[in-house]
Design a protein. Structure first.
Length: 732
């Protein structure tokens, strides 16, 4: 049971959950020796281990990702070059760290035969003693171990934010370190070229095989187009089918035939219209142009001339005249006959022209029907031609790419280049004194901090009032220092119970008064008086030797010197600590009072130095019977309550005798004392748990025998503040 306000419990728990920096600092100061010792030992061990290693040498080669790419041949490469990006550089760093690259270096340099990397080749102590080594492991396992060992010694890093990479290797020999670092750089570039060679070769092989298939597809597609053209009469020349060309010719012929027919019909109609108008045909155009008519007309002109001459010379009946007229009539008849023949010929030519036009029209209609059929068939033809053209385009693309990849063979370039090759270092890279010292200090401090934390965690005792609250959930009522650690001048020779009397202004006396103030009943006290009258306080501890008797006597003397009527009852029948500490040897005491053999007023001893009254225990003590649990004890306490202002009972340890629990239950309050850093917290907690079922009203815990000097070194006094800061307030 504690005196804390229940409403403040959540706040107290929240405060307990927080990290107490002061407590941590105090813990480190309290264990400064442990901290320094562990730090020094661990630092020396780490330093000895680090500096005792054999020297190691680190050589580094510098690589750079090519940001400018040489275009040797036209066309994109099969395996594209690296882009100069941060992620690409980081990726290449991981490639350099890959086990495959390390395996290539191990095989190339024969590192499996190097004892520095192959532990099987290093003689062990057992082999030296017995002359026989361990059985050889499987070669594959041994090689894998060498690869892992080489990989652990390899360091690859990107240089700042540049496109450069540093490839370092650590070995026991400078030349070996440089040789292996350069081997990693060379194998990295060789791996890039090999990857491009392989990609190009695979691309050529794939394209070659694919070209054969595509060539067959193109031939098959062309054959299908040709066969379809033949089957459906879709043969063409100069971009048009034969049917289309035929229709074009028929259209031209039809136009010419129609024009010729129109011409013939016009000539015929003209001739007929002239003849119908009464013409004798002389004005018919065809007659005018006819050579026969022209010849006959010439003959007629000659005969007409002769007739005219004869008509002048002879009469109309002259035989020559008659003959001449007869010839003229014959010529006229021939001319008319020839004109009629010309007109008849015009009619015949018009008929022929009409027949020819009809024939051409018929052929054109037939060709148009054929063209309609061809157009229906050309849909499939265009589909076949599209397939053939697509196959041909793919074939051409593959053929062009095949030629490009063939031209690229042998001109591949690595995506990185060596900026500087590794050279044998002149100084070892390890052990490094500065780094070794720093690491030793860091590990030493870390181990020291861990040791202090573990020691604090394993600490069983109570050091501060905060420990009482945090570990026991009880109220801390103060702390009593060791008198020798706060004494000044001749105070060192005084016993604590004398110090509070002879040096009432001392630090120790002030601490006792502070404890007494926490025991004084106030209107706000959480623990009320059981009955009206004096306040009865039982002072007990969990284990013997914790200073409860000294604390009880000091409290009694300080309270008595203040003018109060104070009685101290020695309630420890086994030790009789208060009686012996005051140097009393009474013939009778508390036991006799409880047995009715004597009155308490006759046995109370007055302490002349302070006015404290003491009810001692005689040497005979109490019997094994539980006298404190009798009605006589209750009656005695009731009577004493009316005679005194404060009654202190020095009881036995709670975990040793049951008398303490009995007396604690009869008291108004119980003060539990615990020796500073000596009494285990679990023992105090057990005592508190035993007092609670008995009905005891526990005020809290007081720490005793606090070493103020040690507390001062840790930044605190025996209580909460360093008493050196206010020592001037105390008189010597």
């Amino acid at each position: 049971m504690t005196l804390t306000d229940p409403s403040s419990a959540p706040a107290d728990r929240a405060a307990a959950d927080e990290i107490d920096i002061d407590a941590l600092i105090a813990g480190f100061r309290r264990r400064a020796g442990l901290f320094a010792g562990v730090a020094a030992v661990v630092a020396l061990i780490v330093l000895a281990v680090l500096l005792g290693r054999p020297p190691a040498y680190t050589a580094a080669a510098s690589l750079k990702i090519n940001t400018r790419k040489a275009q040797v041949v036209a066309g994109p490469a099969v395996l594209s070059a690296l882009d100069a990006e941060a992620a690409i550089v980081d990726t290449e760093v991981e490639v350099l760290r890959s086990p495959q690259l390390a395996a290539a270096v191990v095989d190339d340099l024969g590192l499996t035969r190097d004892p520095a990397f192959n532990p099987v080749l290093r003689p062990t102590l057992l082999a030296r003693l017995t002359g026989r080594g361990p059985p050889a492991p499987d070669p594959a396992v041994a090689r894998q171990r060498v690869i892992e060992a080489v990989g652990r010694r390899l360091t690859v890093r990107r240089v700042g934010l540049t496109y450069s990479m540093a490839v370092g290797f650590t070995a026991d020999d400078p030349a070996k370190a440089a040789r292996i670092a350069n081997a990693f750089a060379d194998h990295y570039l060789r791996a890039q070229l090999t990857a491009k060679f392989d990609a190009n070769a695979q691309a050529n092989a794939f394209l070659g095989d694919r070209l054969e298939d595509l060539r067959g597809q193109v031939e098959a597609a062309d054959a299908a187009v040709s066969a379809y053209r033949i089957d459906h009469g879709l043969l063409s020349a100069q971009g048009a089918t034969l049917t289309e060309q035929e229709i074009s010719v028929y259209n031209q012929q039809l136009a010419a035939a129609r024009a010729h027919q129109a011409e013939q019909d016009a000539r015929l109609r003209t001739a007929r219209s002239q003849m119908a108008a009464g013409s004798n045909g002389d004005d018919v155009a065809e007659a005018l142009t006819s050579p026969v008519v022209q010849n006959l007309r010439g003959q007629r002109a000659a005969i007409s001339t002769r007739v005219a001459d004869l008509s002048v010379r002879y009469g109309p009946l002259h035989p020559d005249m008659v003959r001449a007229r007869s010839e003229l009539a014959d010529i006229d008849a021939q001319i008319q006959a020839e004109i009629r023949r010309v007109v008849s010929n015009l009619d015949a030519q018009a008929q022929v022209a009409r027949q020819r036009t009809a024939s051409v029209q018929s052929s054109l209609e037939t060709a148009r029907d054929a063209l309609a059929d061809n157009n229906a068939a050309s849909v499939r033809l265009r589909e076949l031609e599209g397939e053939a053209e697509a196959a041909r385009a793919i074939y051409r693309a593959f053929l062009d790419r095949y030629r490009e990849t063939g031209a690229q063979t042998g001109v591949e370039q690595a995506d990185a280049r060596i900026v500087s090759r590794a050279t044998p270092p002149t100084a070892p890279s390890a052990p490094n004194l500065t780094i070794s010292l720093a690491l030793a200090v860091v590990l030493g401090l870390g181990a020291a901090v861990a040791a202090v934390l573990v020691a604090n965690a394993l600490q069983q005792g109570l050091s501060t009032p905060q420990d009482v609250e945090r570990r026991l959930d009880l109220a801390p009522l103060g702390a009593l220092p060791l008198a020798a650690t706060v004494a000044a001048g001749d105070e060192h020779d005084l016993h604590p119970i004398d110090l509070v009397v002879q040096r009432p202004t001392s630090v120790f006396a002030e601490a006792v008064r502070a404890l007494r103030a926490s025991l004084s009943p106030t209107p706000s006290a959480v623990v009320p008086l059981a009955t009206p009258g004096a306040r009865i306080v039982a002072i007990t501890s969990a284990l013997p030797g914790e200073g409860k008797t000294t604390a009880a006597l000091c409290l009694g003397r300080v309270a008595a010197r203040s003018g109060a009527r104070v009685l101290l009852i020695d309630g420890d029948p086994r030790r009789r600590g208060a009686t012996r500490m005051l140097g009393l040897n009474p013939p009778a005491g508390l036991a006799e009072v409880l047995h009715g053999a004597a009155a308490w007023r006759n046995l109370v001893v007055l302490d002349p130095a302070s006015g404290l009254q003491v009810l001692p225990l005689a040497a005979s003590g109490l019997s094994a019977d539980d006298a404190f649990a009798t009605p006589a004890m209750d009656a005695l306490l009731a009577e004493l309550r009316q005679a005194f202002d404060l009654i202190l009972i020095d009881t036995a340890p709670v975990l040793v005798l049951t008398d303490a629990r009995v007396l604690a239950a009869k008291a108004d309050a119980v003060l539990l004392v615990a020796r500073w850093r000596r009494t285990p917290a679990r023992a105090v907690a057990s005592a508190a748990r035993l007092l609670h079922p008995a009905g005891a009203r526990l005020l809290g815990v007081c720490l005793t025998q606090v070493d103020a000097r040690v507390q001062a070194r840790q930044g605190h006094g025996y209580g909460l503040y360093p008493h050196d800061a206010y020592r001037r307030y105390y008189a010597a």
